[in-house]
Design a protein around this ligand. Structure first.
Ligand SMILES: Cc1ncc(COP(=O)(O)O)c(C=O)c1O
Length: 461
């Protein structure tokens, strides 16, 4: 038996938000500004060679609460949005919990994840500015796939630097990107100065997002006639802004069915889906309307930036070519264990998410990947969607919160982000099913080696 709430709540196309919501506008204390290595606050002019102009405007704007979604982007959103808000009745029953568990399912598009929400926006702005080339990095491959789709739609050439271990483990992701017309290079590569430098120091490097970012930025800067720009799939304020479409739709769908979450949970790699999902609910908390809502970021124990990292200015990339963000970081030189499956391998975290954590509005937990896969498999059997390993971090935390409700008898409403599907993660699922998956949790000494790469900036830190 189920309640009156449907298994899936679908909004109509007309209910797709017309504007993204910028949570920074309602934060009592703003995230720290981006800085250059000399400590100066980064300006629009400083960022112009790297990012498309409209995206820089969004990046640097802490005050405008709503940015209109350009009509061509909204049209493309209609191809796969609104995404469903799902009630996990089967999971609830299996757990024997009185909790109401909801998940926002973002995997129902070719890229298989929420990444398309920002990819379409970023590619649109690049094309609207008359640029011809964009470059990016990708870890597990979802962001690269999403940007390849978006680049194909807007007629842009795309160069993707793919973290080497994923490139080798996930040939099908690469095949999709190539099918959409992107060029995919395993990183570190010998095609850039940054890649060559890292290979000279670590010839066997399996790659990291930080390294791939350095390579992609360098490539963008070398496109003739200044017609190339770099695009990033997470961390940046602009990406969190675009991902607010997830939270805004969830907010509206929950309103329609008469619910409001007590707990909102998201997995955290660079923080974009989490930042976007929580945005309107966090606004209610910050404004004092819903002070008791809990927000939980879930990260891998193997790459624990929020739970064990330092809150400091650090480079966004390993090659130390990008500006610096104030964020929870493991150090730009931190390279997560290659045992770790899937994404969530970035050394830092969105400055917005970091600030919320630092100021006590957001909790963070780190979980082990064998527990994550156990939760993912349970979810797949019950809810019939094979989750991305990244998303399974949020599933695990939601299950744990629902189990607490079973103990206390509280019928809390739990919302989590099911950011994507795991159909290209079969090597990892296979490893898990064979009992060959391990849990690498970095020692304090390993973390210290990463912290040593956090720069000191005269007058700042
Ligand atoms: C399916 C999926 N979920 C979550 C993430 C984490 O990214 P973010 O923290 O930016 O949402 C990724 C990143 O690659 C992903 O592919």
């Amino acid at each position: 038996m189920t309640g009156t709430t449907p298994y899936r709540t679908y909004l109509s196309e007309q209910q797709i938000p017309t504007a993204w919501y910028n949570l920074r506008a309602d934060m009592p204390e703003k995230p720290e500004p981006m800085r250059l290595p000399n400590g100066a606050v980064a300006t629009h002019t400083d960022l112009t060679p790297v990012f498309a102009d409209a995206l820089i405007d969004q990046e640097l704007d802490d005050d405008t609460a709503y940015f209109e979604i350009p009509e061509p982007v909204r049209e493309m959103y209609k191809v796969y949005r609104p995404s469903p808000l799902c009630r996990a009745y089967n999971l609830e029953r299996a757990l024997g919990t009185p909790a109401h568990i909801y998940y926002k399912f973002e995997g129902n598009n070719t890229s298989g994840s929420h990444k398309l929400n920002s990819a379409l926006a970023q590619a649109y702005y690049a094309a609207a500015q008359g640029l011809t080339n964009i470059t990016t990095e990708t870890g597990a491959g979802q962001w690269g796939t999403a940007l390849a789709e978006a680049a194909a739609h807007y007629g842009l050439d795309l160069d993707v630097f793919m973290v080497k271990c994923s490139y080798e483990q996930k040939p099908f992701r690469r095949n999709i990107m190539e099918t959409f017309g992107a060029t995919v290079t395993p990183s570190p590569s010998t095609t850039t100065e940054a890649g060559r430098k890292i290979l000279a120091a670590h010839p066997d490097s399996s790659g990291s997002l930080g390294t791939a970012i350095s390579e992609a930025v360098e490539r963008a800067l070398h496109v003739p006639e200044n017609r190339g720009r770099y695009q990033l799939g997470s961390v940046l304020n602009q990406v969190v802004l675009h991902q607010s479409v997830i939270g805004l739709e969830s907010y509206e769908a929950l309103r329609v069915i008469g619910e409001y979450p007590d707990i909102v949970i998201g997995c955290a790699g660079g923080g974009s889906n989490l930042g976007g999902l929580i945005a309107p609910f966090m606004r209610d908390k910050l404004c004092g309307e819903r002070p008791d809502t809990r927000f939980i970021a879930v990260e891998p124990a193997s790459c624990p930036s929020l739970t064990r990292g330092r809150y400091a200015y650090d480079f966004a990339d390993t090659g130390q070519t990008c500006p610096l963000c104030k964020m929870y970081t493991l150090g730009n030189g931190f390279i997560p264990s290659s045992d770790h499956a899937g994404g969530l391998r970035y050394h830092g975290m969105s400055p917005i998410v970091s600030k919320l954590k630092h100021d006590g509005y957001l909790e963070a937990v780190a979980v082990r990947q064998t527990d994550v896969f156990e939760a993912g498999e349970k979810f797949a059997k019950l809810e019939t969607i094979l989750p991305a390993p990244e998303s399974s971090h949020a599933i695990l935390a939601a299950i744990r919160e629902a189990e607490k409700c079973r103990e206390t008898g509280e019928a809390k409403t739990i919302l989590f982000g099911l950011t994507g599907t795991g159909y290209f993660d079969m090597v990892a699922y296979d490893k898990y099913n064979r009992g060959e998956m391990s849990d690498h949790v970095p020692s304090d000494e390993e973390l210290e080696a990463g912290f040593a790469t956090i720069p000191s900036i005269p007058g700042v830190q």
